[in-house]
Structures are given as C-alpha cells and as structure tokens.
Design a protein around this ligand. Sequence first.
Ligand code: ARG
Length: 458
Amino acid sequence: MKLWGGRFTKAENELADSFNASISYDKRFYRQDIAGSIAHVTMLAARNIITEEERDTIVRTLNQIRDEIDEGRLEITDDYEDIHSFVESVLTERTGDTGKKLHTGRSRNDQVALDMKMYVRDEVKNTDALLKQLLTTLLKLMEEHIDTFMPGFTHLQKAQPVTLAHHIGAYFEMFRRDRGRLHDIYERMNYCPLGAGALAGTTYPLDRDMTAHLLDFYGPTLNSMDSVSDRDYVIEFLSALSTIMMHLSRFCEEIILWNSNEYKFIELDDAYSTGSSIMPQKKNPDIAELIRGKTGRVYGALMQMLTTMKGLPLAYNKDMQEDKEFTFDAIDTVKGCITLFDGMVSTMKVNKKNMEISSQRGFTNATDAADYLVKHGVPFRDAHSIIGRLVLTCIDKGISLDELPLEEYKKECPVFEDDIYEAISLKTCVELRKTTGAPSRESMEKTIRLEREYLDFD
Ligand code: ARG
C-alpha cells in the first residue's frame, strides 16, 4: 500500500521495505498528522482548490479516524510505510476520490516536518509543566528546611556551613534555567513549515499564513528548502533535555551520598528504594542511580542527531527519518525521570540532627574564625595562618574549634576573647551570610519570596 507506486514496475525487496518504513514509531504522532491535514484542507477550501463539501467530508472522516485510534477501535498496523500513508489510505478507503485530494499542494516532506515540529512543541510544553511541578516540590522543601544546617562542600571536602534550603535552592536555579531554555526553544521553533512542499513551495495558491495560524504557530517559515530540512529544534530540545538530565544526575549523586550509611543525611522512602537478592540488610537507592545512569542515554540521542544532520545537503534526505526514535526515547526518559525524581525527593526523610552534627565537624567555621580576627584588626593573611595552626591543634586533640579552650586561642593570638565561641557557632556562621543568594534565613526568605513570585507568575 504505497503512496508512490505509479513509477515502479517491481515490488520493493522485503527487507528494504521494512528497513525503509517508519510506521512502527511515527504512529505516535497520528494526532499531529491529522491536525495538520485538517488545517491543510481547510485552507485548500478557503482558496477554492477543493470544494467545501469535499473539505467537510475529509475533515469529518479525519476526525473519526483520530477518535477511533484514540479509543483503540482502529489499529495502526505495520502494513503501511509511515503514518502519513496510513491516514491517507484509510481516508481514501472511506471517502473514495474525495480523500485522494487531501495531498494536493503538499509533500510528505513538509508534512513530516510539520508533524515532528508539532510533536516536539507539545513535548516542550509537557516537559516544562513537569519541571514546574518539580520546582514547586523543591520550593516547599526549601521553606521547610530554612533552618536545617548542613555542611557545604567544595572538592567534596567540608567548606562552610549552609542550610538544606540553600543547597536545594541551587538546584531550583538550575531547573529554572532549564525552563528558560525550553521557553527559548519554543519561541524560536514556533513557525510552520506546512506549504513548503517537497522543497520549492507549490504552484497552488496556498495560504500559508492561514494554516500557520490554524495550527497555533506564530507564522509560516520563510524558506521552503530550510523548512523541510530543518531539525535544529530537535537538536536544541535534545540539548535542553541533556542539561535537565545532567542536573537531575548531579542531584541524584548527592542523594545517593546523603542516603549512604556514612552520611545518613537523608533516608529514601521504601517506595523509591530496592532490596538486595542476597544481602537482607540492604536498601539501595536504585531509582536515583538509574536516573543518573539514564543521563548517558539522553546525551546519546543528542549526539546521534547532531551526527545524522552534519553532512546532509539541502533539502530533505531520508537520513532525517532518524530524527524520531532516539528523540522519542529521550523525551520519554526525561519525563519519566523528572516525575520519579519529584516523588523521590518529596518522600525522603531528612535527618536534620545528622546534618547539623556533620556541619559542626570538619572545621566549616574556620573562615569565620579568621574573619573574627580580621574584625579585630588582624590582616586576613595572618588571620588565615593563625586559624590554620589552631585547626592543626584541634586535629591533634580530636576536637572542634568550638571545643578548643580560650587559653589555646590566646597562645596563638592575644586578640581572642570569650565571644569567639558565639562568633563561630553554626548559627552565627549561617546567619551572618546575609548577602543576596547567601544561606542566612534573611537572604533565603527573600530568595524564596522571589522564586514563589516566579512560580505564581509563570
Ligand atoms: N517517514 C519519512 C520521514 O520520517 C517521511 C517523509 C518521507 N519523504 C520522502 N521523500 N521519502 O522522514
């Protein structure tokens, strides 16, 4: 059942036939294909290229076909080359010669460019909605943990104390930027290729503005050769999806560490953990690991698409059919990962006590001890080495700076007084960091308020 049998005298080799076919995966955009066809015939009738009766018959039947597929009453079988052939064949079976007029002034090249663009456009929106949901979860956690102290790390070495709200807030920013990227992609891609024909437009007096607006595009694309061969938006979307995965993966890595026996900062819910077949005591963070693992798969889709496109001459080439499978897989993967991640972080138990104890160990307040000296007139470089020596003394004695007696402080520098303990307490260390974007309650309240406004507005 080919759309192009006329010129051929022999059937295609069976293997070549199945190698060439895309129906097994492009069937997933039957709704976009039908919507595009409805817009196309509506415009053909407006331009008197087909009659209004013909338009009505085609539109009615296409709507029926869509509903029947939706409801599982019409099965898309692999007997057809692609979804375009399937829809047109069923339409023609049901409406005879009228259905045969559907493809007037259109090529599968602009048709598939349209279908893919509409499909990706929908998924850009769906991904954005999931990210917004995740940001809502993260903001709730930030509000809950504004006073949950934890160590901040550099080089995975304890550095300075922060709060869990502040740490989660870093990821809030990342996912917020991810949404910005999706928004940019949408703005750039939202122009309609329908009407570009095979590559050089058509001789029919098509109204491309009309179809573009019927399909919610900002307008028609401006070069017909580019229209049928542009897959930049797929690459951009895969790049944005890769960045989302990179962010999820980094967060998963931390969750895996925090959930480990050594850290015990959090405990993942049973619903998001798995057991071992041999070690009865085990509760493993498999979901977090798998999200981290699936990142490679999404990067793979990006690399595949970049590579597929790199040597293609204008305009359409069949290589472009390879824009679908990995892209679909990447979209499904990322949407699944965001949803699972959301569930995992909203159900995890936070061990505030352990986080706090950990931030009291590891000299996270050493910078603040040096700043204390600076406030008393000691140059920073000297203060740095005085505190360095005091840290060594503490390591020797197996204690923290908070536990070091005042005489020891005074031995290194007479400036120290009893108020050093207050100055280097965990609370002071965090609360004094009041600059915009810093972890103090005051700064975090401001940040949370701004993020809340952003979520409410957007
Ligand atoms: N299945 C094809 C694709 O996905 C549809 C376009 C076919 N066009 C062509 N000239 N063979 O790209």
